[in-house]
Design a protein around this ligand. Sequence first.
Ligand code: DGP
Length: 112
Amino acid sequence: MCIFCKIIEKEIPSTILYEDDKVIAFKDVNPVAPVHFLVVPKQHIASLAEVEDADEGILGHILNVCSKVAKTFPECENGYRVINNCGENAGQTVHHIHFHVIGGVNMGEKLI
Ligand code: DGP
């Protein structure tokens, strides 16, 4: 079982910010900003490159949850960034699709 499936199954503890039957949002263990959480579908999809047409619904739900959870952080009032690392060149280390939500810092115009 992959590390995020273990978090979903509560075999590994995490700071859960939101959960429903389809997704979970929890704090990133190595935050790069004052706000840094991950939104992860409970269905194991390895990466964005693996999604199929049938996954459109869950992808929309993930972005909705990114927005919902970001709203709970005053630090995100002036904006935040949503990132998906897909594959080796993007530096994806956990092969269960996830979206980073990063806020509480002015990232300016930088792409990364
Ligand atoms: P990436 O695959 O590069 O998009 O990043 C994976 C992220 O997952 C990384 O920022 C650290 C986070 N992470 C890895 N293992 C754990 C864990 O066991 N718990 C939590 N909360 N986050 C984790």
